[in-house]
Design a protein around this ligand. Structure first.
Ligand SMILES: *Cc1c(COP(=O)(O)O)cnc(C)c1O
Length: 395
């Protein structure tokens, strides 16, 4: 078995402390012991979301079910939602809405762009009758390595005086990049256990605002397993509407403790440093990220555009087969055109250098015009200074 870290944007590397916390003997979920595990996990998630009041809901599922829960619990058949399609994950969320019989106002943006806030604002301003019930934002488009400006979408809603719900996919940003549920007026924040929370897959993690909870009272889309009301009623009695993933929830409490020990601000700063080193490496290779402008650069994943005539998928395949290292492939419209370096969760600068070195070897093996060591050296140069600056700032 390989001990190499993975460099994919989820599932991420799992700290030993979390693996141990997940591995517990059977707990009766109708016992007080379950409540003692559940409480700290929920409180920890609230802190990571930077929310005072969000209702935290945990489903034994994944991020995709988090989208589904957000939609089913707040909307009715035929409702209109506003969404941008600018990568595989935003695309899939739109598809999910259509399959639920929603009317999606889809704004297409190039893959590499963020959420087109001005186009959103124009649509919201036109919508005097309040037909749009929800605005969907993929905070961090994992397919392209693009961060969108959720706060700007909130300002667009406020400026137009629009009352639509703001539903945000933060699956690859929450716990790793700045995410401010309360300040940004996010109504539902969605993530999964296997990304910034560094857990195995298996939990959909949601933060739900009071406004979104009110919307559930009139929302008529069918739901059973993912029903917020059933979940809240059971949790209020210290239980669960079905069997919870107790081991994962115990791991989640540990993950939140680990994040709190490092300090959420430090975690976010570490992700930024590691990502910036990756970007220096990409530039040194003579390549560019798929994200079109610096303000769009994600701090958790970089999609590297490969030179014309080369296949990005082969970089990841070769890295896996020859070096036993997982890199990400391109998805959807950018399949073959990029490979992805995931840099989130349990990761250090030193680990990242190994990922960059592996990408260089794989590219060299495939005949890319990239000089071995060039990206690693650029990242090393950056990390030397950035680590020193971080050390001084901490003193
Ligand atoms: C990973 C990911 C998802 C899907 O999550 P699953 O846990 O695989 O269902 C959704 N959105 C984004 C942005 C992601 O990165």
């Amino acid at each position: 078995m390989s001990h190499n870290p993975v460099f994919i944007p989820g599932p991420t590397n799992i700290p030993d402390r979390i693996r141990k916390a997940c591995d517990i003997a059977t707990v009766d979920h109708r016992s007080a012991r379950f409540a003692r595990i559940f409480g700290p996990a929920v409180e920890g998630v609230r802190q990571v979301l930077r929310s005072e009041t969000a209702e935290v809901i945990l489903f034994p599922a994944t991020g995709t079910a988090g989208w589904e829960a957000a939609v089913q619990n707040t909307l009715s058949p035929g409702d209109t939602v506003l969404a941008a399609r600018h990568g595989m994950f935003s695309h899939r969320w739109i598809d999910l809405c259509r399959r639920h019989g929603l009317d999606v106002i889809q704004i297409d943006a190039p893959w590499g762009e963020g959420v087109p806030v001005e186009a959103f604002e124009a649509r919201l301003a036109e919508d005097r009758g309040g037909r749009i019930r929800a605005v969907l934002v993929t905070h961090n488009e994992t397919a392209t390595g693009v961060r969108s400006d959720v706060a700007a979408v909130r300002r667009a809603l406020d400026r137009t005086g629009h009352g639509a719900l703001l539903l945000v996919d933060g699956v690859s940003s929450i716990g790793s990049m700045e995410f401010r549920m309360d300040d940004w007026g996010v109504d539902i924040a969605v993530t999964g256990s296997q990304k910034g929370f560094m857990l195995p897959p298996g939990l959909a993690i949601l933060g739900v605002s009071a406004k979104a909870l009110r919307a559930t009272e009139t929302a008529r889309l069918p739901r059973t397993f993912l029903d917020f009301a059933d979940m809240r009623a059971s949790c209020a009695r210290g239980g669960y509407p079905y069997t919870p993933a107790v081991g994962l929830i115990n791991g989640l409490a540990e993950a939140c403790a680990i994040i709190a020990e490092e300090g959420l601000g430090n975690v976010i700063a570490r992700h930024h440093r590691i990502a910036e080193g990756v970007r220096r490496a990409v530039a040194a290779w003579g390549l560019r990220p798929c994200a079109l402008r610096p303000e769009l650069f994600s701090d958790t994943v970089t999609a590297v555009v490969v030179p014309e005539g080369f296949d990005g998928t082969k970089v990841a395949t070769l890295a896996a087969e020859k070096y036993d290292v997982a890199l990400g492939v391109g998805l959807g419209e950018v399949a073959g055109k990029v490979f992805r370096l995931g840099h989130l969760g349990m990761l250090t600068e030193v680990m990242m250098l190994a990922g960059l070195a592996t990408a260089e070897m794989a590219m060299a093996d495939l005949g890319f015009p990239v000089r071995l060591g060039s990206g690693v050296a650029a990242a090393q140069d950056y990390y030397r200074g950035a680590k020193e600056a971080a050390r001084l700032a901490a003193e």
